[in-house]
Structures are given as C-alpha cells and as structure tokens.
Design a binder for this molecule. Structure first.
Ligand code: PGA
Length: 240
C-alpha cells in the first residue's frame, strides 16, 4: 500500500485529479470506478477544469460504486443526480458509457447481477476511486460484509445513516438500503485510490493501514491488493 500524505482537502483533490488524468492520458478508453460523497467533490471540480483545458473524456467508461434504493434519478440526493451535477454534465463523457446501479429497479437482485455483468463486459475496472466511511466502509460495504461479496443490496449501518443525514432534510429521509459493488468487485479493480480528508476519518485510516485484515473494517482488505494508493490529508493521517 502506497501512502501519500498531503496538507489538506485541496491538495488531496489535486493529487488524485492528477492521477486520474494521467490514467486517462495513458489509456483514453479507461474504465474508471467512481465514488460519491463529500470526499471526491474537489477531484471532480478539477477534472472539469482539466476538461476545459483540453482533456478528452469521450472514450471513458465509468461505473459508480453505489446508489441508494428508492431514490429517483432526479432526486437531489441520488448518486445519479450527484454525478450529473458534479461531473457528467460538465465534461464530454458519453452518457451511454456511464453506469450507476438502478436503485429503483423492480427486481433489485437482478439489477445487482446485471451491474456486475456490465463491469465484466467492459473488461473490468482499471482505476477505482474510493472514499471511506467513519466505520471503515468502502462503497456501501458496511462492517461485516464478506470479502467474497459482489454487487449486492445492503442495509445501511446506523452510523452511515447518521453520517449521511447531513445531506437530507431529516434523518428519516435517508434511505435504509443501497445497491453497492461488493468487496470482491472492488478488489478486482486493477488499481485503487482511496481518499480521506479530516479528523473524523483518522481512526478508520489507522485501522485500514495498521489494523488486522478483518471484515469488521472493510477497507482493511485493501492491504491485500497489489496496487493501492492512499491519498490522505494530515488530519486523516494523524494516527498513522
Ligand atoms: P464522505 O463519505 O466522502 O461523504 O465522507 C465517504 C464514504 O462514506 O465512503
């Protein structure tokens, strides 16, 4: 595991955006795994700037990690909406090659299988971006999720519902379930970048790097991946 400690959120975003751009330059038809939440917002802003200065996203394929169950695509807290707002509508990405699980599918299990199949058909993910939950989750793979899991329906942990309630009018409005790539899906990515910013992530980052590899801290599985880079700011790295 390579660990890059940077000063703050902005330098974390700059570092990761640079790595993503290098990947796109190296392989214009890369398959990127994308994350949502507060952490990658600065990365997406910078990718939009790179695009304005000529970076070409037209040959990319993207797969998002997860989506809430039950939110319409145009719900402002859905990850479909988030990706449109923060990246897809601002770069020349081909909408036919941007994939996000459908949290409104009638048959959620079938949707999970379809999504996993789409990733395989695309040849797998070249570079996966990850945030981390305060409880160590990656995607919406909460503590206890098996390392063999593929795309699945998850019941969100109480701590995740609490953490994410800041984006909703009230905690009752936070969906209780999501569709998420599984741990195995994530581990099959050729390369992974995990980002973290802020002191609230310091315990989870410590456990990811120094803790035992355990399903109690899903991100600890990354110790077993051959090409992981952690880009963490000083606050998130404060216990390392
Ligand atoms: P955050 O979420 O980026 O909003 O902190 C990260 C995560 O839960 O994976």
């Amino acid at each position: 595991m390579k660990i890059v400690v940077v000063a703050n959120f902005d330098s974390m975003s700059a570092e990761v955006a640079k790595m993503v751009c290098a990947q796109i330059q190296r392989k214009p038809n890369s398959v990127l795994g994308l994350a949502t939440g507060s952490t990658p917002l600065g990365v997406y802003e910078l990718l939009v700037e790179y695009h304005a200065r000529g970076a070409d996203f037209s040959k990319l394929t993207t797969f998002n990690l997860d989506e809430y169950v039950g939110l319409a695509r145009d719900h402002p807290q859905s990850y479909h909406w988030y990706m449109q707002e923060n990246l897809f509508s601002k770069v020349n990405i081909d909408p036919r090659r941007t994939f996000i699980p459908n949290g409104l599918a009638e048959d959620l299990e079938a949707e999970c299988q379809r999504y996993e199949g789409l990733i395989k058909q695309a040849g797998g993910i070249d570079l996966q971006l990850l945030g981390i939950g305060t409880n160590g989750h990656i995607g919406f793979n909460e503590p206890g999720t098996g390392f063999g899991s593929i795309t699945h329906v998850v019941d969100l942990a109480e701590s995740t519902i609490r953490d994410n309630s800041r984006f909703f009018e009230s905690i009752e409005e936070v969906p209780k379930q999501a569709i998420s790539m599984g741990i195995k899906t994530i581990m099959q990515a050729k390369e992974i970048i995990l980002m973290a910013s802020g002191g609230s992530k310091a315990d989870a980052i410590y456990a990811t790097v120094h803790g035992p590899v355990t399903t109690a801290v899903p991100a600890s599985v990354l110790q077993l991946h051959p090409a992981v880079t952690l880009v963490v700011d000083q606050a998130a790295a404060s216990r390392l």
